[in-house]
Structures are given as structure tokens and as C-alpha cells.
Design a binder for this molecule. Structure first.
Ligand code: PBG
Length: 322
């Protein structure tokens, strides 16, 4: 045998030397769920180890994450039904608890990279990402609302806006509006290839944001498609996105690779709630080693070509690195 690949695996020292992919806490963004009020820290049923925080407990959570080296946070608000309406008014109401909390986070921790979702679902009585009329999701009318939401979040100090709604033309629409209003430094991480997925279930539990009728298939992508991701990526790239995101991550590693190979922008991947909960559930039952599964999953997303990973495992991963 001229070639014995096992020689490069014979010791930990050699294995580390020839390791092609490495994961760092710098690659990670930690999603956090916010509720109104104070002294609240409530575990999400379907996501062991993940909580809904009020602003005071969230600030201490961010402080402890910063000590572990996590610098990126994506905050999602959970609104009570009573504050939801068909036009998602709370999303741009300057007095709403969410925008106040974002401001507070940037005030206390100016060094964090703060990200926020742009989509109507947490605020909408229809539970859809866009405006609903006669059972249909309107595109261009939705853009106007997303625009107001984007300006309000940029004004609150958000560093990266994440349009997750999948309406056509939203990246360009938001980019123009931000620039016209002096927010030229606010970045956009577009949910470029966001699929209509079963893996968002636990997230919708966390936010009580499941659609009230139908599904999201007229705007989120069909899991059967990959060529279509190139159309979305082309649009987002040309409309001024700073990052292209693929979501979910695990069933779409081929899409991550495709965008990585075809676009010079940093690729992000969202390791979504259901992907987190699957590992947690199997590990609680003692069926898999949860810690090793987490590391393998994150590594595979990075290996596929993602530079940035949004993951509920961020804190656990960072704690193990310490
Ligand atoms: C809202 C949004 C969703 C997620 C992020 N932003 C849910 C959805 O589109 O229904 C899912 C995140 C996760 O499952 O962790 N548009």
C-alpha cells in the first residue's frame, strides 16, 4: 500500500494538525426570546435549556454570554394575543417593549452585535409573515410595513436586520429606505433561502406565533428546490444584502455549499429550533451523546460553507470551550 490515510489520524496531535474545519464561538449568533415584564425566565417547553426572558433577566444572560465570548445575539419578541393585529402595528410602535429592550441592550453593551428579525408573524393576529387579505399573503403591501419595522429597529440601535419574511423585493426596499433615512451603516442579513419547514415548530411554540390558517408555502421555499435558491441569492446580492442566510441548516447543507461556492458574501446558516430540540430530546432519553452530536452538527454546517451560524447551542458550545 503506497497510501495509508490512517497515518494522518494516528494521534490527537496529528488529527488536530490536519483538521480542515474549525469552529469558534466567534462564528456563532445566539437567538434569545424576549417577553414583557420583569424577573421572568421561563423555559420553553419544547426547547430544554432555552428561556423566554424579560429585559432584566435578558441583560444578565447577555452579560454571562459575553464572558463566554459570545458577541452576537438575535432577539425575538413574544407578544401576547391582545397586542397582535392584522397590520402588526406593535412592530413599529415606538413605545413597544421590544424596541425599548433593544435600545437598552445596546446602551448597556455597545460592543454586542445585535440582530433582529424583520417579519410580521410575532405581531400579526394572522400569524403570517405578511399582510393577509381574503386568505392571501400580499407582497407589495407587506413591504411598507416591513419598511416601518426596519426603520424602528435601526433607530433602536440594531446592527443587523434579518428580513425573514420571504416577500419579493424586500431587501432592496429596506436598503433604500435605510439609506434615505441615514441608516447607511445598518446591515442586512437576508434570509435568502428560507424553506417551508417542519423544523420551526418549537420556535413557534416559544413565540406563540404559528399561522392561524394555512401554511407558509406561498412565500417560503419548497424543500424540493435548490436551483431556486440561486434566484433568491442573485436578488439579495444585487439588492444590497451583506450576508446570505440558508435556513434551516441541516437538511440544506447542499444549499449552503452552493451559495458559498457562487457568492462572495459571507454565508450564514440558521440551525433552527427543531434541529436543536431533536438533539436535546434524544440526548435526554440517553439515545445519543448530546454534546458530541452538537459539536458534529455545528462543524458540519461550517464545513458546508457557512461562516456564521445562528444556533440555540451557542451558550452550551461556548461553555465547553472555556
Ligand atoms: C419568523 C421566523 C421563524 C424563524 C425565525 N424567524 C419562523 C417561521 O418562519 O415560521 C424560525 C427559527 C427557528 O425555528 O429556530 N419569520
Amino acid at each position: 500500500m503506497q497510501r495509508r490515510p490512517r497515518r494522518n489520524r494516528k494521534s490527537a496531535a496529528i488529527r488536530e494538525m490536519v483538521e480542515e474545519t474549525s469552529l469558534s464561538v466567534k462564528d456563532l449568533i445566539y437567538p434569545l426570546f424576549l417577553v414583557d415584564g420583569s424577573h421572568r425566565k421561563i423555559e420553553v417547553n419544547s426547547m430544554p435549556g432555552i428561556f423566554r426572558f424579560s429585559i432584566d433577566t435578558m441583560l444578565s444572560e447577555i452579560e454571562s454570554c459575553l464572558k463566554l465570548g459570545i458577541k452576537g445575539f438575535d432577539v425575538f419578541p413574544a407578544y401576547p394575543e391582545s397586542l397582535k393585529d392584522p397590520i402588526a402595528f406593535e412592530s413599529y410602535n415606538p413605545d413597544t417593549f421590544y424596541l425599548k429592550a433593544l435600545r437598552e441592550i445596546k446602551k448597556q453593551f455597545p460592543e454586542v452585535c445585535l440582530m433582529s428579525d424583520v417579519a410580521m408573524d410575532p405581531y400579526s393576529s394572522d400569524g403570517h409573515d405578511g399582510l393577509v387579505k381574503n386568505g392571501k399573503i400580499l407582497n407589495d403591501e407587506t413591504l411598507v410595513i416591513l419598511g416601518r419595522m426596519s426603520l424602528a429597529q435601526a433607530d433602536a440601535g440594531v446592527d443587523i436586520l434579518g428580513p425573514s419574511d420571504m416577500m419579493d423585493g424586500r431587501v432592496g426596499f429596506i436598503r433604500d429606505l435605510l439609506d434615505e433615512n441615514g441608516f447607511t451603516e445598518t446591515s442586512i442579513m437576508s434570509y435568502t433561502a428560507k424553506y417551508a419547514s417542519a423544523f420551526y415548530g418549537p420556535f413557534r411554540d416559544a413565540l406563540d406565533s404559528a399561522p392561524k390558517f394555512g401554511d407558509k408555502k406561498t412565500y417560503q421555499m419548497n424543500p424540493a428546490n435548490i436551483q431556486e435558491a440561486l434566484i433568491e441569492a442573485d436578488l439579495d446580492m444585487n439588492e444590497g444584502a451583506d450576508f446570505l442566510m440558508v435556513k434551516p441548516a441541516l437538511s440544506y447543507l447542499d444549499v449552503i455549499r452552493l451559495l458559498h461556492d457562487n457568492y462572495p458574501l459571507p454565508i450564514a446558516a440558521y440551525n433552527v429550533s427543531g434541529e436543536y430540540s431533536m438533539i436535546k430530546a434524544a440526548s435526554e432519553k440517553g439515545w445519543i451523546d448530546g454534546e458530541r452530536a452538537m459539536q458534529e452538527v455545528l462543524l458540519s454546517i461550517k464545513r458546508a460553507g457557512a461562516k456564521v451560524i445562528l444556533t440555540y447551542f451557542a451558550k452550551e458550545f461556548a461553555s465547553l470551550e472555556k
